[in-house]
Design a protein around this ligand. Structure first.
Ligand code: C2E
Ligand code: MG
Ligand code: MG
Ligand code: MG
Length: 292
């Protein structure tokens, strides 16, 4: 009986493994086809200045509409795209879309638009991201200053010197660089020493209970104070409640982004959102140093 069970177990196990391999293959094919079939799209989430309510820019977030599975969130396919070596191509598509959106944007009706684009580790460490961005901004004839690159600490970890060179080249093109999910990586402070960045984005996990949990609250205050001291802009992400806003105002945070302000939305909805007067101004704010 034990032998049979053992054999059954073995058979089940290998069946599960081949299933997984099959699923992986299916996923890989689906992802590669998705690019050709234009199943990807970008949605945009506003970022506003806390003091004035003015729109400072938007973050572009990738969405995949799978023909059978419907909307697949980026957390489910971006790591996989990285694994199969598709992220550079996908990332270039995202950058192209963002540049296209900036180029086609009607400044006179909606005010100038800046778009922040998330990039993966491989884009910073392997491909020539700066050359890709340089080419695209020229091709679409847009001011590179309208573009911001969001990079995570973990993306910079793999090959720090290469990553630093890439990010410095981007900045010399006039592209802004933000350190995303700040505080969740291993050595945030080392990056602040070595990286010439413009903005820090405080990870949502710190903010969630910052107004009730004194430890989280102090961490958020500390990050904001540190950003001010280093003359960096600071964005709080995942702002969901008025309590979050009150806390962040008191802590002197520059900018906020989150469901309370707006959910990520298609470009056309963003225009309606702005036209409806949801943001209190149209000019991007000057580099803020201190907000009281
Ligand atoms: P992220 O860059 O930290 O983006 C913020 C995430 O928080 C987004 O999730 C956004 O929809 C979500 N979010 C915004 N406000 C709130 C809020 O108030 N509450 C909550 N609970 N969530 C909020 P999303 O779109 O699922 O993206 C997840 C992650 O996937 C992103 O985190 C980013 O790391 C990655 N990602 C998204 N688009 C791209 C892309 O084009 N390229 C690369 N490489 N990564 C991307
Ligand atoms: Mg981001
Ligand atoms: Mg983030
Ligand atoms: Mg995050």
């Amino acid at each position: 009986a034990a032998k049979t069970a053992g054999r059954n177990t073995a058979r089940f196990f290998s069946a599960a493994m081949s299933m997984a391999a099959e699923q992986r293959l299916g996923m890989e094919l689906a992802l590669r086809r998705a690019l050709e079939r234009q199943e990807f799209t970008l949605v945009y989430q506003p970022k506003i200045a806390l003091a004035s309510g003015r729109l400072c820019g938007v973050e572009a977030l990738l969405r995949w509409r799978h023909p059978e599975r419907g909307w697949v969130p980026p957390a489910e396919f971006i790591p996989f795209a990285e694994e199969i070596g598709l992220i550079e191509q996908l990332g270039a598509w995202v950058l192209d879309q963002a540049c296209r959106a900036i180029a086609g944007w009607d400044d006179t009706r909606f005010g100038p638009l800046s778009i922040a684009v998330n990039v993966a580790a491989a884009q910073v460490n392997r491909g020539d991201l700066a050359a890709v961005v340089d080419g695209l901004t020229r091709q679409h004839r847009i001011d590179p200053g309208r573009l911001e690159i969001e990079v995570t600490e973990t993306a910079v970890i793999a090959d720090t010197d290469r990553a630093l060179a890439t990010l410095n080249r981007l900045r010399s093109l006039g592209v802004a660089v933000a350190l995303d999910d700040f505080g969740t990586g291993y050595s945030s402070l080392m990056y602040l020493r070595r990286l010439d960045i413009d903005t820090i984005k405080i990870d949502r996990s710190f903010l969630m209970n910052a107004h009730v949990d004194s430890r989280d609250g102090e961490i958020v205050r500390l990050i904001i104070r540190m950003a001010q001291t280093l003359h960096l802009s600071v964005v709080a992400e995942g702002v969901e409640t008025e309590e979050h806003v009150a806390f962040l105002k008191d802590a002197g945070c520059d900018m906020i982004q989150g469901y309370l302000v707006a959910r990520p939305m298609p470009l056309a909805d963003l225009q309606d959102w702005i036209a409806a007067g949801h943001s209190a101004g149209s000019r991007p704010p000057p580099k803020l140093t201190l907000v009281s």
